[in-house]
Design a protein around this ligand. Sequence first.
Ligand SMILES: NC(=O)C1=CN([C@@H]2O[C@H](COP(=O)(O)OP(=O)(O)OC[C@H]3O[C@@H](n4cnc5c(N)ncnc54)[C@H](OP(=O)(O)O)[C@@H]3O)[C@@H](O)[C@H]2O)C=CC1
Ligand SMILES: O=C(O)[C@@H]1CCC=N1
Length: 264
Amino acid sequence: MQLGFIGVGGMAQAIIKGLLAKNELAPDEIVVHSAHPAHYEQFAQATGVVAAKTNQEVVANSDFVVLAVTPNVAVDVLKDIREDLNAEQKTLISIVAGLSLERMAEVAGYELPILRTLPNLNVAIGVGMTAIAANDYLTGAKLADAKGLFDAIGSTTELPEANFSTFSALAGSSPAYIYLFIDALARAGVKHGLSKDDATKIAATVTAGSAQMVLQSDEVPFALIDQVSSPGGSTVAGLLAMEEAGFMTAVVKGIDATIERDQA
Ligand SMILES: NC(=O)C1=CN([C@@H]2O[C@H](COP(=O)(O)OP(=O)(O)OC[C@H]3O[C@@H](n4cnc5c(N)ncnc54)[C@H](OP(=O)(O)O)[C@@H]3O)[C@@H](O)[C@H]2O)C=CC1
Ligand SMILES: O=C(O)[C@@H]1CCC=N1
């Protein structure tokens, strides 16, 4: 498979890193281009992927083309490559938040096979969580191949587009919030005398372990919270202090704001 990337920012690099680490594709099966030669040429040199001189050259040399630019330029970029996409019926894979299949088809061509995806940064280490929605023209082997790319670097879930904004907040943006939680936990450890490195490792290990516990246990998180909280103990004291500071409200407000911005 030849896989093209238009845009090699944070998210595209995470996908490419994940695919290369899993040996899903060889570096010479990936072709990239972005706005600034200094960025994409340096990235190509560092990873061994192929640098194209234009977005059109990416399309010409790919079977599957990943649109990985920011939402504000995505439609203009699609307009620039639509002829090349349709000339040989390439498959378009979008990772652009907020850009619907209908809008992409309107701009790039109604019969173009398109997979709308919403991955997260954790694809870089093979534990991503990606939502996918295909249009009617993406079926059979092409759909399986496109989905397979994301299966190789984590979990995928087929989702109605109406739920993409919520998914984007809960899975696309939330790594940032979970990193923030880990950093806050570690900072508290530093406040009480641990080194930042030690505290961060401890906080991250416990966060990963607790997530595994939720996934593997039959209990809901609230029941697990009760199991940690010894009667009259320190955990319940901490929980109540966190709630007094608005922990749950802060999380829900953050997700509300994320969804609101995605839909703006
Ligand atoms: N970051 C994340 O966790 C997630 C991001 N997304 C989506 O991924 C997309 C990219 O986000 P992210 O990687 O964070 O953003 P970045 O700003 O890191 O990357 C954007 C990329 O687009 C390139 N670009 C800009 N204009 C053009 C153009 N005209 N032609 C070709 N390339 C262009 C930039 O080029 P250059 O580097 O040369 O400046 C850059 O490589 C967004 O649409 C976002 O919604 C989706 C899920 C999660
Ligand atoms: O911040 C953003 O807009 C993108 C969408 C999901 C994660 N990052």
